[in-house]
Design a protein around this ligand. Structure first.
Ligand SMILES: Nc1nc2c(ncn2[C@@H]2O[C@H](COP(=O)(O)OP(=O)(O)OP(=O)(O)O)[C@@H](O)[C@H]2O)c(=O)[nH]1
Ligand SMILES: [K+]
Ligand SMILES: [Mg+2]
Length: 364
């Protein structure tokens, strides 16, 4: 039996099984099996076809953003509007068949935007070019899930579950579970909180099913069985996602207002160029980018050549970007901007920089 058939069989069994106390362990085990088969399905089966022509795009710039969505929601139209690249657009589905990179220039940063073929239900199982699209999405720093504002929330749910089924978790943080396989000593299970969503027995059963007999498990949160399986499989990707509702020119103001209030959501119209500046600002936030200007003593800051770093970056990070050996000769730095109380303020290597700060590094 192929993996796909096995998956279907388990899914059928799960839907047949009534959810209650007596079937809890049975269902938990089925779900764990399902997760394992899905993982196997994703792993490239030989060289042929798995990678897919037209998807091998070099990473470039300061960050990478992938456009995911059903066909004809306006992904290519967005790429054409925000970048100098041209990607074919049309009213029929699957206009785009490969990965098309463009560059967004924003706040002095170059953000690589990837236009991708539309994905459809069953993409994770290889329908359309789903698997290749998902593989590219995994390499991005941010997913823009583009949705057609004239269609229902169901698109978002379907896409989210497609991505979930291949190990991509959107806007979720990694479960606080410590798991380590050991050479011996059996299973050591501990938790720092009371577990209400799973149990030691459930975890033991799953580990047994995975043929893991020696391991250390520590729950630091009241996590679910599914979250434990995520940690066990270890290959989950936790990604930031922005839901971009396009074609708001086609819906009522009330509806626009409602969509705009959804979490992690931005409403736009690519055709009418509505709200795209706001989209760029939110993208910048979600990418957690920071621009820092350097300045030499007695000179004006270099406002042309801002350095692009990540939120939380320190003076030490800035030094590394400026020059490899700068840290060794570092005496102190003067900083102007939002990260300091007084401008300028003398700071050390561990000082955390804010967006648009100016820094002057003083050497020994
Ligand atoms: N009304 C309206 N139509 C739009 C908007 N943006 C794009 N469209 C239209 O939607 C259709 C599909 O646009 P594309 O950019 O080709 O969509 P896509 O998501 O790249 O489609 P695939 O590559 O086939 O997956 C085109 O006819 C566009 O003109 C918008 O803001 N409003
Ligand atoms: K299209
Ligand atoms: Mg397209």
């Amino acid at each position: 039996m192929g993996i796909l058939e096995k998956i279907q069989e388990i899914e059928r069994e799960i839907s047949r099984t009534q959810k209650n106390k007596a079937t809890e362990y049975h269902l938990g085990l089925l779900k764990a099996k399902l997760a394992r088969y899905r993982q196997q399905l994703l792993e490239p089966q030989g060289k042929s076809g798995a990678k897919g022509e037209g998807f091998d795009v070099m990473k470039s710039g300061d960050a990478r953003v992938a456009l995911i969505g059903f066909p004809s929601v306006g992904k290519s139209t967005l790429l054409n509007t925000l970048t100098d690249t041209h990607s074919e657009t049309a009213s029929y589905e699957f206009t785009t068949l490969t990965c098309i990179p463009g560059v967004i220039e924003h706040n002095g940063a170059n953000i690589q935007l990837l236009d991708l073929p539309g994905i459809i239900e069953g993409a994770a199982q290889g329908k359309g070019r789903g698997r290749q699209v998902i593989a590219v999405a995994r390499t991005a720093d941010l997913v823009l899930m583009m949705l057609d504002a004239t269609k229902g929330e169901i698109q978002k749910e379907l896409l989210t579950s497609e991505l979930e089924s291949v190990g991509i978790r959107l806007n979720k943080s990694k479960p606080h579970i410590y798991f380590k396989q050991k050479k011996g000593g059996g299973i050591s299970f501990n938790s720092t909180v009371t577990l209400t969503k799973t149990s030691e027995k459930m975890v033991q059963l799953i580990l047994h099913d995975y043929k893991i007999f020696n391991a250390e498990v520590l729950f630091r949160d009241d996590c679910t069985t599914d979250e434990f399986v995520d940690v066990l499989l270890g290959s989950r990707v936790y990604m930031n996602c922005l839901y971009v509702y396009n074609k708001i020119d086609q819906i009522s103001m009330e509806e626009v207002d409602r969509l705009a209030r959804q979490p992690h959501s931005v409403v736009v119209s690519c055709n009418m160029k509505l709200n795209l500046d706001y989209l760029l600002d939110v993208m910048w936030d979600y990418l957690a980018l920071v621009r820092v200007y350097t300045k030499k003593r007695g000179e004006r800051p270099d406002f042309e050549g801002g350095l692009i770093l990540r939120k939380g970056c320190t003076v030490e990070h800035v030094c590394h970007v400026v020059h490899r050996t700068l840290v060794d000769n570092f005496k102190y730095a003067l900083v102007w901007g939002r990260s300091v109380k007084y401008s300028p303020q003398r700071v050390g290597l561990h000082h955390i920089m804010s967006h648009d700060d100016v820094i002057q590094i003083v050497k020994k």
